[in-house]
Design a binder for this molecule. Structure first.
Ligand code: GLC
Ligand code: GLC
Length: 811
């Protein structure tokens, strides 16, 4: 069952039924000011940091779900309704939500009145625009009363939801003209305030929530809206809000447009005040002036479209399969930009008050957007590297507002360092910018401890080498990529976090996944060293990689698949000897990607075991059999009910590793079949089961052991986005940036006849036409660039500014 449809020409998903199985959301903002908005106008806004600079309030896990947002109410002679259906929930004569690239349009029709609200954040602006257009399609004159509504958050979103003894006394506002200013704590330690204004004279307002809503009412029936009359309330403490009231008179056929602007301002210390206790509003007024007509807003919206044209223009595919094309060309790339901006902080599954930017997460996210915004990728790489220690280890996360690493979710995740090699090499291959390596970057955010970025990579590499266990396999530390395989944490205390507790510190648990990861990114390190003439460095590093391959073959192979780990006691994890959790996906992914034991048949056996034991109709589960009891020596993984999350859920992030492994083996049909199973567009028809948005990847789909296999959770903020994009474009479609040119190496289903990829790379546009006359899955017979036959499968660097036609024949 579907709740809408894709409009590919406009790059939108159009929701036609407001009662989706879960709020289907979108993100507004591309730089510093962000909003989350659901298909019924729920959500919130913040400046840079969803925890410390929250502008509007949101109550998570609410009843009903998704209540609170930037709402509009229309009182049409006693009939009260909202353009996005919620919060009033008056049945609409028609409803439509268009989620596009960084904007959302909600349109409702009731009794001949059409109200359309466009939400977006203009480029270069710390404000959200809400453009409301109301049209009278009837033959009568209409008198409507329009109310806006936003509830202020007292900045620190966590404190806001807990510290009521203080917060109910601190709220302060100012009202001037048509603008409501929120200035709580501005007097003391804050240099910022928020405002919500409209480009029309007001007939009234409210700024105190209880006066507006009424203590026993809720957002669906605020007493002021029902009465059709504002109270002009001024908030002193309690819960400040911003609600504008406008009388709207419309002749038959007439439309009126109103531009609401919800923004954020910072003032320098000496310019904070206009007069005693009166805030300096100059910057707010400048911002409002930039959007004081619908025309100006249309222009800003055009600029936003142009911006997205540019971002999505770098790579696009024409395959004849609409699902594939729209995922690659539109939604997957869009989601990658959102994970760039949000990491794992703010979604309808991440509260925005918990997690900052993760070290491993952000490094991996980078492979999904480096082609679009290389300069910002470069900056991100430095931010990440600066939270590393001299020994190569890293803080597991940092807060975007301060960019400083913190211990809030612990450290010692021994996979962390290697992901920096992935992000750095991906950046250089895309841009050719080796100068990144020479830049001085601090360790532990301390400028006096700066070394070149290359030294950071070297520290990453040797962090593994210097932390080997009894089988010469990498020590796992607190956990590797799988946050829930906590082999050095034996926890009996339900109030203890598995991620921050390492009560068996110094333990000798080892990870076969990190071993595979090390071989893959160790080789990347070696190749990089050779590229920059550090031959001795390369030779030395290669020895450690060879030793690691040997260790995996000797101690990491279980006969039919790779082991997952050795636990604290030195017992095998992920072995046929185990009763539960006999096989895990992560080590199969990394060791097959590394091609460890390819000649000996290990890669094929491992992948076939995955197919046989882990694959399901909805994707590949993480482990099998699922854990059905608590294993204190394994940790959180065995706390999840079977089939969910890390315990045998389909943890989508790791499925691409198997897809890439299949391409190493040359089996394009299997790689693509796995790809299809996870891709939301292919799952749109089962939206009632899938539950979350059909346009973005989810972190998890319930596995075969779960109560409802196929039900997805944790949409949007997941490494799935970047890995799926990386896999489909670079390993299946096979267009891969490399140091010396663009490598062409498709691995596709045999029945494909061909496809075309347009790729901008280092200032050159390549239109690459791939033909598959012999119906092979892998292998290239010839490549012609503008007619000239090439040697090998790397198109060498061409002079920038030109466009080339590339004819590729597989065979
Ligand atoms: C979450 C975390 C990520 C981790 C994964 C597997 O997605 O953000 O860091 O690798 O779970 O546990
Ligand atoms: C839980 C989740 C895991 C996530 C971690 C973040 O362990 O299962 O996916 O990465 O929390 O701290």
């Amino acid at each position: 069952m579907k709740y809408g449809y894709f409009d590919d020409a406009k790059r939108e998903y159009v929701i036609t039924d407001p009662q989706t199985p879960w709020p289907w959301i979108n993100y507004l903002g591309t730089e510093k000011f962000f909003g989350l908005i659901s298909n019924t106008a729920g959500g919130y806004t913040f400046y840079r940091d969803a925890k410390f600079r929250r502008l509007t309030r949101y109550r998570y896990n609410n009843v009903p779900l998704d209540m609170g947002g930037r709402y509009f109410y229309i009182n049409d002679e006693g009939t009260v309704w909202s353009p996005g259906w919620k919060p009033v929930k008056t049945p609409l004569d028609s409803y439509e939500c268009r989620h596009g690239m960084s904007y959302t349009v909600l349109t409702g029709l009731k009794n001949g009145i059409e109200a359309e609200v466009l939400y977006f954040v203009p480029l270069g602006t710390n404000a959200e625009i809400h453009k409301v257009k109301i049209t009278n399609t009837t033959k009568m004159n209409k008198h409507l009363r329009l109310f806006s509504f936003a509830e202020w958050c007292l900045w620190n979103a966590e404190d806001d939801m807990t510290n009521f003894q203080r917060n109910f006394s601190t709220g302060e506002v100012e009202i001037e003209g048509s603008v409501i200013y929120h200035k709580t704590e501005y007097k003391e330690r804050r240099n910022h305030y928020a405002f919500y204004g409209v480009n029309a004279p007001l007939q009234g307002y409210d700024t105190d929530r209880d006066s507006f809503v009424g203590l026993s009412n809720d957002y669906s029936n605020p007493q002021v809206v029902t009465a059709g009359k504002p109270k002009n309330s001024v908030a002193h403490g309690w819960s400040p809000i911003a609600s504008h009231f406008l009388d709207v008179d419309l002749n038959p056929g007439e439309s009126k447009e109103f531009v609401f602007v919800l923004g954020y301002i910072e003032n320098e210390e000496e310019k904070k005040w206009e007069s005693k206790n009166v805030i300096n509003k100059q910057k707010a007024k400048e911002c409002l002036a930039r959007f004081d007509t619908a025309e100006k807003v249309r222009k800003a919206m055009e600029d936003l479209r142009t911006y997205w044209d540019g971002l999505l223009d770098v790579i696009s595919v024409k395959s004849g399969d609409e699902h594939l094309d729209r995922m690659v060309n539109i939604w997957n790339q869009y989601q990658c930009m959102v994970t760039f901006n949000m990491s794992r902080s703010a979604s309808f599954f991440e509260s925005g008050i918990g997690r900052g930017m993760g070290f491993r997460d952000s490094n991996q996210d980078l492979i999904g957007f480096v082609h679009q915004i290389p300069a910002r990728a470069r900056e991100r790489i430095y931010d990440l590297a600066a939270t590393q220690f001299e020994d190569g280890g890293a803080y597991h996360q940092f807060q975007p507002l301060t960019k400083r690493g913190n211990d809030a979710v612990g450290g010692n995740f021994n996979d962390d360092p290697l992901w920096l090699i992935l992000s750095t090499t991906a950046y250089i291959k895309e841009t050719g910018d080796f100068s990144l390596l020479d830049e001085q970057v601090p360790f532990d955010n301390d400028a006096s401890r700066s070394r070149s970025h290359f030294e950071h990579l070297k520290a990453s590499f040797y962090h593994v080498v210097n932390n080997l266990g009894p089988h010469k396999l990498p020590l796992i530390g607190r956990a590797d990529w799988n946050d829930c395989l906590n082999l050095n944490c034996f926890s009996k205390d339900p109030n203890e976090s598995f991620q921050t507790t390492e009560n068996k510190r110094g333990g000798t648990a080892e990870s076969v996944m990190i071993a595979g990861l090390f071989v893959v990114y160790g080789r990347e390190f070696v190749t990089l060293c050779r590229q920059i003439g550090k031959t001795d460095e390369a030779l030395e590093a290669q020895k450690h990689i060879d030793a690691m391959e040997k260790a995996v073959k000797e101690h990491g192979w279980d006969g039919e698949w790779y082991l997952r780990a050795y636990d604290y006691y030195g017992h095998k994890v992920g072995s046929k000897e185990n009763e539960e959790g006999k096989i895990f996906i992560e080590s199969q992914g990394w060791c097959t990607m590394a091609g460890i034991g390819l000649k000996e048949g290990m890669v094929t056996k491992s992948l076939d075991s995955v197919k046989q034991r882990l694959d399901t109709e909805h994707g590949i589960v993480l482990n099998n059999p699922a854990f059905t009891k608590y294993y204190i020596e394994y940790g959180e993984i065995s706390t999840y009910p079977a089939g969910y999350k890390e315990n045998a859920g389909i943890f989508c992030h790791n499925n691409p590793w198997i897809m890439i492994g299949e391409t190493v083996r040359g089996r394009g049909d299997r790689a693509y079949e796995y790809w299809k199973k996870l891709s939301p567009s292919f799952r749109e028809n089962i939206s009632d089961l899938h539950k979350v948005e059909p346009y973005v990847y989810a972190q998890m789909i319930a596995g075969k052991d779960a109560f409802r296999p196929g039900e997805a959770k944790n949409s949007w903020l997941s490494g799935t986005a970047s890995w799926m994009f990386y896999t489909i474009t670079q390993f299946i479609l096979g267009i891969r940036p490399s140091y010396n040119g663009l490598e062409i190496d498709p691995c596709i289903p045999a029945d494909w006849k061909g496809y075309t990829v347009s790729r901008k790379f280092r200032g050159v546009t390549y239109v690459i036409n791939i033909k598959n006359p012999d119906h092979v899955m892998k292998g290239i017979r010839s490549i012609r660039v503008d007619g000239a036959l090439m040697e090998g499968n790397i198109i060498p660097l061409m002079p920038a500014g030109k466009s080339y036609n590339v004819e590729v024949v597989m065979g």
